[in-house]
Ligand binder design. Sequence first.
Ligand code: ZN
Length: 199
Amino acid sequence: MRLQIIQAGEEVLRVPARALTREEILSDKTRELIEHMRETMRHAPGVGLAAPQVGISLQLAVIEDRPEYHKRLTSEQLAERERRPIPFHVIINPRVVSSEGAHLDFFEGCLSVSGYSAMVSRARSVTVEYLDEFGETKRVDAVGWYARILQHEIDHLAGILYVDRMEARTLTTLENMERWWKDVSPSEVQSRLKVRAQR
Ligand code: ZN
């Protein structure tokens, strides 16, 4: 079953979500929610979906970056973003235990801010602890695009949207993104849109 993805302006996107208990994690209800969220994310399509985006204020998100999504990017763009396929998985009650290295600026979007994209600065690498759908503790050291996805989804669980962190001057409709900015390097985007001058 596909769920409705709610849009910015719904309060549930702006409140911190509640952690799940072990019993809840192992329940049929959660198993079904995960299945429905997987289907909803694939249909969108998106690389991540957090429970608040389907109106449920729980600390649960699904993530999957499929090879077919990479066809629209050049090999240089994939390399620059350190973007590699990520198999489907579920993160529950996650927390970022450390974030290291440089912050990188790239355009990102959100299924709950439909039709737009903006440049967001994110840590290149993060270590995240979470529970999987079996309630087992997991720890992942993520770099590149996967680290970005994790930061974006974990933000959702705290009531934060990318618009809170974006370089506001880089905001673009997806149509204009395709038309003007898709193949422009991040530093050139910032220079042409005079991002630094505003800081
Ligand atoms: Zn999002």
